[in-house]
Design a protein around this ligand. Sequence first.
Ligand code: SF4
Length: 319
Amino acid sequence: MIRHVYVMGCLSERYKKDLEKEIRDVDRYFGVNDIKGVIKQIGLTYDHRLEGERHLTTPGHYAYLKISEGCDRKCAFCAIPLIRGRHHSKSLDELVRETAFLVSTGVKEVMLIAQDTTSYGTDLSGQKSLGELLERISSIEGLSWIRLHYTYPAGFPEDVLSVMNKKDNICKYLDIPIQHVSDKMLKIMKRGYGRKQLTDLIGNIRSQVPGIVLRTTVLTGHPGEGDREFQELSDFLDEVRFDRLGVFVYSAEEGTSSFRLSSPSLSAAMGSFPSVIVIVSVSPIFFADAQENKRSALIRIAKKSIIKIAYRFIINLSP
Ligand code: SF4
């Protein structure tokens, strides 16, 4: 039986007041970083000595390791800095401890994640320290694989490549989201690099780490993108042949500079639907055990995302 419902995450960070008014059956809403608040709410005391000890929600052989939170970049389409705040890194020692703990529980692979892994350490020492972090955690005995996600192309710290070459347990794999390739679009998107820098960087990575597997993501349908820019992106992808590719449709986020540029295309609104529909369809089953009012609160939270998207959808249909 579920007696209390607490909601924590991006939606409640951004729309806490609206949610409190609209869905009153939720007992309390928490922001993304308010772990101490949640612990207090459930009658426990925060114990910093347990920092780094975790219950995994992934299968036991791998784990995500969040190395920093927030982001100082200014990408025009992205609401993450508004939700997650300024970039702040966990300390090297803390991450080494956390990784060692994970390995002691049977984890074989850790995936380094953050909004921007390449900025790791800049807020601590004034210098990018991802290479140093990789050196430290790759020396932990028993750790078979380290995989690097969400590296930002501008100012890529190239010492990471030499550490990758030196250490066998760092996968020759890099996730490097480029988002677009047209100079015009990259400028509108405020990404801080152009097509030439991207081409040079990819060439450099491939020559320094032969056989490396590159994954990227691109964003299409952003305001300002016409047939010409789309074709340029498509031709570039044909030419560069990334090993893995994710293509996302632009969706307008309130408070971002892209939001003010123009209304998003119909396809952008449509593109947001599937992931939200999944949440709504699983909630009645998942929460079947909850009291009726709590269950309905949970379902309404999930539906709230749909309403936001539907609203945008209607706006797009307006002449
Ligand atoms: S897209 Fe990534 S790098 Fe850019 S602002 Fe958002 S989180 Fe930061």
